[in-house]
Design a binder for this molecule. Sequence first.
Ligand SMILES: [Zn+2]
Length: 125
Amino acid sequence: MKCADAQPLFSSYLDSAVTGTQMHALSKHIDSCPNCRREYMLLIKSQRMLMGLGRAKVPADLSLRLRVAISQEVARAQRPLFQGLSVRIQNAVNAFMVPATAGWSQPWSSSECSWASSAYRMCRR
Ligand SMILES: [Zn+2]
């Protein structure tokens, strides 16, 4: 086995994810090649350092922060609905009923009015 064949397999070798034949050949190569032995030792060292870091601890207030973020997101998603509703309420307030008998010769134009019923027209200011 050559260095170029051995080195790409180091990581798999560490994870015991190589075949028996590969393991044997790698072991033999690492024993006989100072360059690859050094590379392999560096890999072991860095893997141990990573394992020593351990898992990141979950912040104690994560649950609270998640709930706040979720409620903010829900509020944000609902806002357009409420804004649309308030516009509709305002339009309803601005509209006024005009008795059908009032005729069209009023300060409001007919284009602003629609028939609300046979007796009333709904007009907008
Ligand atoms: Zn080598």
